[in-house]
Design a protein around this ligand. Structure first.
Ligand code: S3P
Length: 179
């Protein structure tokens, strides 16, 4: 199985941007789990939530993650914020590669999240309270990552360079170990 790196963390943590940059630095493919789900469904995430509910979306997410984890090419994967909720997904990612948690304060997440219907879970009267509650529920799962990267005040490009070096060292180390 080829190398995989999963970027995990809440909505607005910058997973998609970083996945793109990091894939470029590593000369790997980059992919975005939500976009893959949308392409396959022929519907937006918001539509899937409306028509199939959150469970329908989570089933699609799990199936797509499983296919991606087993794919043959090295991949940087930007996951959706709720991917860690299912134990099966956490096990898949732990087995398939590295998990990096993009830790980001709630205020920064909120400032980055544009309003609109793109994120169904934030279509509530108090998005800040909802985001804080989601983080409280998921933080322990995010912290199971192989590496925690604090994104506050950092440029995506600098983080991509740092992670690319870390991955390259990890690959060299595991190759040495295997000899
Ligand atoms: C979700 C995050 C979204 C998307 C869906 C559910 C979540 O992805 O998967 O709206 O449960 O936190 P992003 O983290 O890319 O916004």
């Amino acid at each position: 199985m080829a190398h995989k790196l999963f970027l995990i963390g809440p909505m607005g943590a910058g997973k998609s941007t970083l996945a793109h940059l990091l894939a470029w630095h590593l000369s790997w493919e980059g992919c975005d789990l939500d976009r893959e789900i949308e392409d396959q469904a022929g519907q937006s995430i918001a539509q899937i939530f409306r028509e199939e509910g959150e469970t329908g979306f989570r089933d699609r997410e799990q199936r797509k993650l499983s296919a991606i984890a087993r794919s043959r090419s090295p991949l940087v994967v930007a996951t959706g914020g709720g991917v860690v909720l299912r134990e099966a997904n956490r096990a898949l990612m732990a087995e398939a590669g590295w998990r990096v948690y993009l830790r980001t304060p709630v205020e920064t997440l909120l400032a980055r999240l544009v309003s609109g219907e793109e994120r169904p879970l934030l279509q509530v009267a108090d998005p800040r309270a909802r985001l804080a509650a989601l983080l409280a529920e998921r933080e322990a799962f995010y912290c199971e990552a192989d590496r925690i990267l604090d994104t506050q005040g950092r440029e995506p490009e600098a983080m991509a360079q740092e992670l690319a070096q870390w991955v390259t060292r990890g690959i060299a180390y595991s190759t040495d170990e295997g000899r």
